[in-house]
Design a binder for this molecule. Structure first.
Ligand code: NDP
Length: 450
């Protein structure tokens, strides 16, 4: 079937230089091949061409004043990818690496992830190349307000509901929500990840990390195994990594690493979670400061690591949780993980493993949970926040966590049953992509040429 190459050729012409987006599209297109061969309806309805083209791409200038009174300019993005099964839903990322390719790959992945949750949410993503590092709180507020001055006209509780991602946490969501309310005069559930005292949901902060661990437990339980007693590698030191580590301790596992963009901590006794939270959530400092409290832990600076890939993947362990950023786990890292005894990988980050690394995991038939399945707990809990806002109720921590648990089990079951249906029972990349695709594509066919 030539449609994969044809589609990629077309994308390269119409959207040049978007390598991350091609990577995300190719993975999905390759893995839905067996479905397209079995059911002609999807090609006949030209679903592929429609699915890789976002419904709307908004790119705008964000002009704001820094603390010295100088005018700064950044690029803002919101890509509304697909609304076949619900309003656009997906986070905002503030990071200097943000460009159209990154936001498009994230929006494309989000569309499939949201479908997999079984909830009525379409896919979108946005952000800016603004770098919050080193900026004062006042500068961040002014940037968020300027960003929202354009974005507000494109979003709404039943239209498009943004949330956080890298560089966007509760503080930034608060500033953007405040500005939205000032501009529209409307107090509505237009954001998720809001503060608990003004419409946020309990468990939203923990949800992505907790969900990635629940997903790993689902995968291991299905082969009569569990995380109990397992040594685990975690990358990242942000929202997803911290709550992955917290849940790993709760299920009896031992996380021994974490990392940031400067370096990796290896602490064989187990990562000191309280210290990690203090360094990253309170002080906002580099992980190298971990050594002040634990001088015997090892710190490997990125600059001192000459090999291909990352130090964080080179320690003995049975499970790994990539929780930092895209393409952070290379083919060389995958070989090291497999050689060191890893039997389970659950991706908290979006597209953290390169295509070659994924090929190795699938060939080894280990329990490999791709990001769009394993990290869907965040957006699923965002949808629970929307449901609470819409019905003007609050659920307690146990209730939201119980629902998150059920949703992660549902995602695993759907992915695993679909993988079995197509005779590749351990291939959750195939299972999750086909299950997600089928729901969106069927809705698109039923809604006609729109
Ligand atoms: P945060 O901004 O809270 O944390 C990101 C962490 O990753 C930081 O420790 C950061 O280090 C580190 N990091 C970023 N880039 C690199 C790099 N190139 N090399 C090594 N470390 C790096 O973001 P989140 O935890 O929210 O997001 C992490 C990942 O999870 C992203 O891929 C995101 O898209 C995905 N995700 C997040 C969800 C959520 O609910 N937050 C939901 C689903 C997926 P430093 O501070 O030094 O830059």
């Amino acid at each position: 079937m030539p449609y994969v190459q044809e589609t990629l050729n077309r994308l390269q012409k119409s959207s040049p230089g978007q390598t991350e987006f091609y990577q995300a599209a190719e993975e999905v297109l390759e893995s839905i091949r067996p479905l397209l061969e079995a059911d002609r309806r999807y090609l006949d309805a030209n679903i592929i061409e429609r699915l890789v083209e976002p419904e709307r791409q908004i790119i705008f200038r964000v002009t704001w004043l820094d603390d010295k009174g100088k005018i700064q300019v950044n690029k803002g993005f919101r890509i509304q990818f697909n609304s076949a099964i619900g309003p656009y839903k997906g986070g905002l990322r503030f990071h200097p690496s943000v460009n159209a390719s990154i936001i498009k790959f994230l929006g494309f992945e989000q569309t499939f992830k949201n479908s997999l949750t079984g909830l009525a949410i379409g896919g979108g993503k946005g952000g800016s190349d603004f770098n919050p590092k080193g900026r004062s709180s006042a500068e961040i507020m002014r940037f968020c307000q300027a960003f929202m001055c354009e974005l507000y006209r494109h979003i709404g509780a039943t239209i498009d509901v943004p949330a956080g991602d890298i560089g966007v946490g509760a503080r930034e969501v608060g500033y953007m929500y405040g500005q939205y309310k000032r501009l529209t005069g409307s107090y509505e559930g237009v954001f998720t990840g809001k503060g608990i005292n003004w419409g946020g949901s309990l468990v939203r902060t923990e949800a992505t990390g907790y969900g990635a661990v629940y997903f790993a437990e689902n995968m291991l339980n299905s082969i009569n195994n569990s995380l109990d007693g397992k040594t685990c590698l975690v990358s990242g030191a942000g929202n997803v990594a911290i709550y992955t580590i917290e849940k790993l301790y709760q299920v009896g596992a031992k996380p021994v690493t974490c990392s940031d963009s400067q370096g990796t901590i290896y602490h064989p006794e187990g990562i000191d979670l309280a210290l990690l939270k203090d360094l990253k959530e309170v002080q906002g400092v580099s992980l190298v400061d971990y050594l002040k409290t634990h001088p015997k832990a090892q710190y490997i600076a990125v600059a001192d690591y000459p090999q291909d890939g990352q130090a964080v993947w080179r320690f003995p362990a049975q499970a790994a949780f990539p929780s930092a950023t895209q393409n952070e786990l290379t083919e060389a890292d995958a070989k090291a993980l497999l050689a060191n005894g890893v039997i389970c990988i659950s991706e908290g980050a979006n597209m953290p493993s390169t295509a070659k690394a994924i090929d190795l995991f699938i060939a080894a038939k280990i329990a490999y949970g791709p990001g769009k399945a394993a990290n869907a707990g965040g957006v699923a809990t965002s949808q629970l926040e929307m449901a609470q806002n819409a019905s003007m109720t609050y659920w307690d921590f146990e209730e939201v966590d119980r629902r998150l648990h059920c949703i992660m089990q549902g995602i695993f079951d759907r992915s695993s049953e679909t993988a079995k249906e197509f005779n590749e029972p351990t291939n959750l990349v195939l299972g999750s992509n086909i299950a997600a695709f089928r729901k969106i594509a069927d809705a698109m066919i039923q809604q006609g040429a729109v």
